[in-house]
Design a protein around this ligand. Structure first.
Ligand SMILES: [Ca+2]
Ligand SMILES: [Ca+2]
Length: 503
């Protein structure tokens, strides 16, 4: 603690932290597709997350935190590079950013820590897809995509782990997609990818060299689909309709038709399908059970830190990469600009962070890079687009100068202030919700003249840089041409007069 205070003093005085001063370790934990159904975040009244609750009690929870893109690859690219999707042009599940000359050598968050003497380690899903935890992705010409490795040491890959012999729920409207499955089947927790990710992280903490700080990244896969759980986690929840989230039957009657374009032709089934197939409760229960299972794995990592005597000098951050709908707004899945799609758990604990803090100020995953740099006393960078959250982590009431911004493909943006949710789609249509009276975002106020000033205040935060999709963009990339009023999604075109593409 003393050496940390010394670092901050030096920073305030001008020069960076003196060599040899002990910097805190970092444990950087990602949860895939984890929405706000986590204790302190209040998204689901029955969610059981005792380990994350304990972490939030010894640290600060950012209760109004949002992703910069509601999809894995662009969200994680933004966080790790410290740049918005509207700056990189990375909106889809491809490309891996190192294949683009512009970002090939960009110093990502763990590389900045390595440059300051840290040993960097990763297990599970940190980056998306083939790039995996360690950025092992190769460019199409076979050359390594990145000039430098993403991490020094790469551990267990994680992922789904044990699978049932056949899909549990059968075909969905999009066919036999292996990801679209959930439920309980007989297997062991030890055979799950996330259990192995936690085991590897625990082992690294136990063996950590005493003379070098570490940056340990652990990426948990669940509650991403397929959501397979063992009976013990499902048994934490009642098997009845008390589990179901609140939905409004005609909720989409006041959302612009363009809002459907962002969720068109995706593998995730719609609410009407899970209701008809009597799968809604099973999906919700599986998601909650998986959340509790991952919470327990994070608990194992936290226990290892305490047993190694490292908890006092380790900054822990837990984040989700975007939200997930479980029936709200008539859909399941991600890819939306509402709170259900953008709001994420974000918890910090460790040296320099107030215990029990609860901030309702807007925060962005983009803020993690500058926040961790400041908390650890590394040289600040001037090329990051986020803002350090250290003022809110010291005193949760500290106001913040700007809202959280989420972008989903070019021209579609969500702006979240402390009170309001504003959405603008590429065709110019808008939504506005007042969280003071409408936490579910059921009542679109955008067309009501008395809200003109609120609309104007939020419109001014729309990104001024709004790049088209990067070369080789693929998968979940939507383009819109205002000249012809045509939207194109995965090679399919829809025009304003066409029926709304409901699947
Ligand atoms: Ca994800
Ligand atoms: Ca509505």
């Amino acid at each position: 603690m003393r050496s940390f205070a010394f670092c901050l003093f030096l920073l305030a005085a001008g020069p960076v932290c003196a060599a040899g001063a002990a910097r805190p370790n970092v444990v950087f934990i990602a949860i895939d597709d984890q929405n706000d159904w986590i204790g302190a975040f209040g998204g689901h009244p029955l969610a059981k997350t005792p380990h994350l609750d304990r972490l939030a009690a010894r640290g600060t929870a950012m209760l109004n935190a949002h992703c910069q893109a509601p999809l894995c690859n662009p969200s994680r690219t933004s966080l790790m590079l410290g740049l918005r999707p509207t700056t990189t042009g990375i909106y889809g599940l491809a490309p891996w950013f190192r294949t683009l000359p512009e970002w090939r050598d960009r110093v990502a968050l763990p590389q900045h820590f390595k440059a300051h003497g840290y040993r960097t380690l990763a297990t599970g899903k940190i980056y998306h897809g083939g790039a995996g935890a360690g950025g092992r992705g190769k460019a199409k010409d076979g050359k390594a995509a990145a000039a430098k490795p993403e991490f020094d040491v790469i551990g267990s890959a994680g992922g789904v782990g044990a699978r049932p012999p056949a899909k549990l729920i059968g075909d969905t409207p999009m066919g036999n997609n292996p990801l679209m499955d959930w439920g309980v089947f007989p297997h062991r927790d030890e055979d799950k990818g996330d259990y192995q990710v936690a085991s590897w992280a625990v082992e690294q903490i136990r063996q950590a060299p005493k003379d070098q700080p570490f940056f340990l990244a652990a990426g948990f896969f669940l509650p991403h689909v397929p959501i397979y759980v063992t009976q013990k986690w499902a048994d934490l929840y009642p098997d009845d309709d008390s589990l179901l989230p609140a939905v409004k039957a005609d909720d989409r009657a006041d959302t612009p038709r363009f809002s459907w374009y962002l969720h068109w032709n995706l593998p995730e089934p719609r609410l009407d399908w899970v209701q008809e197939r009597k799968q809604w409760r099973n999906l919700v229960r599986s998601y909650l059970a998986a959340t509790s299972f991952v919470d327990a794995q994070i608990g194992r990592v936290m226990q290892a830190l305490e047993e190694a005597g490292l908890a006092e000098n380790t900054v822990v951050v837990v984040w989700g990469d975007h939200g997930w709908h479980l029936g709200e707004k008539a859909i399941t899945g991600k890819n939306t600009l509402w709170d259900d799609g953008t709001r994420v758990p974000l918890i910090f604990a460790g040296p320099g962070i107030a215990a029990g803090g609860r901030s309702t100020q807007p925060a962005e995953l983009l803020d993690l890079y500058p926040t961790l740099v400041e908390l650890c006393g590394l040289a600040p960078r001037t090329d990051l687009e986020g803002l350090s959250l250290v003022p809110q982590l010291r005193d949760a009431k500290t106001p913040r100068a700007r809202p959280a911004i989420t972008s989903h493909n070019r021209g579609n943006h969500g702006i979240r202030s402390e009170r309001w949710r504003y959405v603008r789609y590429a065709d110019g249509t808008e939504e506005l919700y007042d969280h003071a009276s409408d936490v579910h975002e059921w009542h679109n106020l955008a067309l009501q003249p008395e809200h003109a000033a609120v609309l104007a205040e939020h419109r001014r935060w729309l990104p001024t840089i709004d790049r088209p999709p990067a070369p080789n963009s693929a998968n979940r990339v939507l383009t819109y041409d205002p000249a012809t009023d045509e939207a194109v999604w995965e090679g399919k075109t829809v025009r304003r007069g066409d029926p709304i593409p409901l699947r």
